[in-house]
Design a protein around this ligand. Sequence first.
Ligand code: PMV
Length: 328
Amino acid sequence: MTRSSAPGKIYLFGEHAVVYGEPAVPCAIERRARVDVERREDSKLRVRAEDLSLDGFTVEYGGGTDGRPDIDVPNELVEAAMGYVDGAIEQVREVTGESEAGFDVTIESDIPLGAGLGSSAAVVVAAIDAATRELGVTLSTDELAERAYQTELDVQEGQASRADTFCSATGGAVRVEGSDCQSITAPDLPLVIGFDGGAGDTGALVAGVRSLRSEYDFAAETVSSIGDIVRRGETALENADVEELGRLMNFTHGLLSALGVSSRSLDSMVWAAREAGAHGAKLTGAGGGGCIVALDPTPETETALRYLPGCEEVFRAEMAEEGVRRLE
Ligand code: PMV
C-alpha cells in the first residue's frame, strides 16, 4: 500500500484573469487530501471516500448500504470528485505503461469540495503520486504536476489552468502565467479562511466572465487590471508588505465583484473581515459561493466570522511549504 497527501490552496491574486493569460499567485495551505492506493489482482478500480469533510461536512461514499453518499454536500460534487480519481488513474496507467492495473483507492480530505480551495487538484495530485509509486514509479514534481493538470483538463473539458495542480504538487506560493509555473518566495502570511458552506459552479462562472468580457470593454479592462494588481502583489510579497497585500486583495475583490463572480455571502464575509480590522479580504477561486481569504494577525477576523450568519466555518491556515508528501 502507498499513501500520499497533497495540500489545497488559496488564490492570493489573479483568479479568472489567469484564464486570459494574466499571471496568478496561488499559495498552498495546510489542509490536505490523503490518498491510499493498493494494487488489485484484477484491473478494476474501487474508490472509497471517507471524510471529504470540513467539520460538519462528512461524506460517506462507497461505505453506505445503498452505495449513495449520505451528505449535505450536493451529490454532483461527490460524483465529480470520483470522476477526478478515474482521470488520475488513467494518467497513471499511461505514464507507467500498465494499462491493465487495478487499484483500491481510499480518499480522505479536509478540504471542502468545490469551495475555491483546490480540493480536486489535491485529490488528483495525491492519487497520481500514490498510484504510480504503488507500481514502482516515482514521478518528478514537474511530471506529477503535468499529469495532474492533464487530468483536470480532461475532466473539466478543456477548462483548467495549471495553477491549482502545480501549487498542490510543489507547495508554497507559486506564480503561474500560461504554461509558465514557478515557485516564488513569500513571507508567512496571517491567513484566515471563511467558508459559507456552499460552492460555485466554476465552468458557469468562467463562461459568465468570458461573455461579459466579449460584450463590454469595462470587463476586458477589469481583467487586465486584475493582472496589474497581481504584478504589484508580487512586489509586495517580495517586500513582505502585508498592509499593501491586504489593500491589493481588497481591490481584487472589488474587480471580481464587477465581473459578477461574488455573492451575497462572500461579500458579507469580506466586509465582516474588513470591519474586524483585517488588512484585506477577497473571495478565492471561481467565486459564486465557497471561501474568502483575509489577512489578519489578530484573532478579530476569526471572531467576527465565527458569529456571522452565513459563515459556516472559519479557520486560520498555515502556508503549506511542502506540496505532495509521501507517507508510505
Ligand atoms: O475555484 P477554483 O479553485 O477551481 O479556481 C478557479 C480559478 C479560475 O481562475 C476561475 C479558473 C481557472 O481554471 O484558473
